[in-house]
Write a protein of this length. Structure first.
Length: 309
């Protein structure tokens, strides 16, 4: 019969989960890493990562994910593709329900389920998703060779991906709801110096229109003035929402945004349940701190297990 109980289960294989997997496998813990899609999480949506130490020339998100997985596999990472749909965290032995297989149980759980792009929620967005509306410049930029695209957002993702898009599109118009970008100064300077990026400030996207694909982006500025941008694609890069649909949010005392609060050791309010990476309630969402939290969580899980026995 297949094994159904583990001392440690790690949910999600982004940078936090893969690092937790590396630490657990290397420590020879009785562990299982569960992932429902491709290993790597959101770094697979990132063209280039310049601020992960150890790669002086930077590294693509895809390559970094591959290297993280290979490193964990070197220590015999035990992993499974599966979709956890719900869980019971009320007993010392935690129980995870999976979509297509038997439930699994564990003594400690590290939640690394990450986050996903936030939608704008405006007319035309859903209808034209995949037909000119995109949430991933890394995935879709090559479709816009010699075209004009809009990027909505003013954070690191929007600015970094606007710069990436200029490798393909003739013109990139970045639309931000304020008159100042949230992105770090170094990215701002790069974007301002790029002749193929222009900026529309103090404006919100209100509607996306087109028949076969995106043709128009409707805007309203903060004075109420409306305008229409003729455009071939719209990249919506306005932050992230938590991947928390499988989590008991009341028991984990999720914050107002649905992210999971922890202490500095990544311990949630439920004994034996840790949270690491973008699902954690926090200000800074970087690959490096996701990885760090994955390591911290395994060490906290080991301490919890030692105190159990
Ligand atoms: P973010 O930092 O939360 O920025 C979201 C941006 O979208 C903000 O400029 C925000 O405007 C805007 N926005 C939010 N909701 C909006 C709406 N409904 N309509 C229009 N605009 C809206 O998100 P992010 O850029 O995706 O970054 C997520 C995390 O990953 C951050 O911690 C970021 O630092 C990190 N990250 C780091 C790097 C890097 O270090 N190179 C690269 C990518 C991401 P306001 O500014 O007005 O709030």
């Amino acid at each position: 019969m297949a094994k159904t109980h583990y001392k440690l289960i790690i949910l999600g294989a982004g940078p936090a989960g893969l690092t937790a997997g590396l630490y657990a496998a290397r420590a020879k813990m009785d562990h299982l890493l569960i992932e429902k899609g491709a290993e790597g999480g959101q770094i697979l949506l990132t063209d280039w990562i310049d601020n992960y130490p150890g790669f002086p020339d930077g590294i693509s998100g895809f390559d970094l994910a591959e290297k993280m997985l290979a490193q964990a596999n070197r220590f015999e990472l035990n992993s499974l593709f599966g979709n956890v749909v719900s869980m019971d965290l009320t007993e010392p032995v935690k129980r995870l329900e999976l979509e297509d297989s038997d439930p699994l149980t564990c003594n400690t759980l590290i939640i690394c389920s990450g986050a996903h792009p936030r939608p704008l929620g405006i007319p035309g967005e859903k209808e034209l998703a995949g037909k000119g509306v995109s949430y991933c410049a890394t995935c879709d930029a090559p479709f816009y060779r010699n075209m004009h695209v809009a990027v909505v957002g003013g954070g690191n993702t929007a600015v970094q991906e606007a710069i990436h898009l200029t490798k393909f599109a003739d013109k990139v118009t970045l639309i931000h709801r304020r008159d100042e970008l949230r992105a770090t100064k170094i990215l701002q300077e790069k974007a301002f110096a790029n002749p193929n990026i222009d900026f529309i400030w103090n404006s919100n996207a209100t509607k996306i229109q087109g028949t076969e694909g995106v043709e128009e982006l409707h805007l309203k500025n903060n004075d109420g003035k409306e305008s229409v941008l003729k455009i071939d694609g719209v990249f919506v890069l306005i932050g992230v929402l938590p991947n928390n649909e499988m989590l008991p949010l009341d028991i984990l005392k999720a914050d107002a945004g649905g992210f999971i609060p922890t202490d500095l050791e990544t311990r949630t309010v439920v004994p034996g349940v840790l949270a690491a990476g973008d699902i954690r309630s926090k200000e800074v969402r970087q690959v490096i701190n996701a990885a760090g939290e994955g390591a911290t969580a395994v060490l906290a899980a080991e301490t919890y297990l030692t105190n159990l026995s």
